[in-house]
Ligand binder design. Structure first.
Ligand code: HEM
Length: 138
């Protein structure tokens, strides 16, 4: 179990690296107008999205494997709330894909200011999820 947990946390770190950096790329992308710059951001975003999806999938698979190994987890209140926040995180991840598609099809309508605010959401979810997973307050 301890190995599953260790790789669960490692995978989570790689997932968050992408969740923090991809919206940051959107901030600069929204202020870019030149063709070479737009193409460069599209390539960077596409590659980063692929990597962060691998990190997200590994985090979830390893988390589920820990529950399979110890089903008693399912009775724990902290895990119920944690999984609700994880669901929001998955929705955020999926929305990043949609925004990335909007940029690639030159259909982005949002400002860099909007993306700066959007970029803060993963930090809030990270604090909530990690406190629940480590402190297990209920
Ligand atoms: C479907 C997704 C997930 C499931 C099913 C899941 C499930 C679990 C389980 C069962 C544990 C072991 C708890 C323990 O015995 O201490 C755990 C630990 C942990 N999880 Fe997750 N998790 C998921 C997603 C995440 C995400 C997205 C994060 C990060 C933001 C995260 C962060 C952690 C941390 C930091 C620990 C270690 C807690 C400790 O050692 O005390 N998990 N997770």
């Amino acid at each position: 179990m301890i190995w599953l947990k260790a790789f669960h946390v490692i995978a989570m770190v790689t997932w968050f690296a992408g969740l923090f950096y991809l919206p940051r790329l959107f901030v600069y992308h929204a202020d870019t107008a030149d063709a070479p710059g737009l193409e460069r951001f599209e390539i960077m975003e596409r590659r980063l999205f692929a990597l962060m999806t691998i990190g997200g999938a590994a985090t979830i698979i390893l988390g589920v494997l820990m529950i399979v190994a110890a089903p008693a987890y399912l009775k724990m209140g902290w895990l119920h709330v944690k999984l609700s926040l994880v669901t929001l995180l998955i929705a955020y991840h999926a929305y990043c894909y949609r925004l990335m598609r909007d940029f690639a099809e030159r259909r982005n309508v949002r400002s860099s200011k909007w993306y700066r605010v959007f970029n803060e959401i993963p930090s809030l979810l990270l604090v909530g999820i990690v406190v629940l997973a480590v402190v297990k307050p209920f």
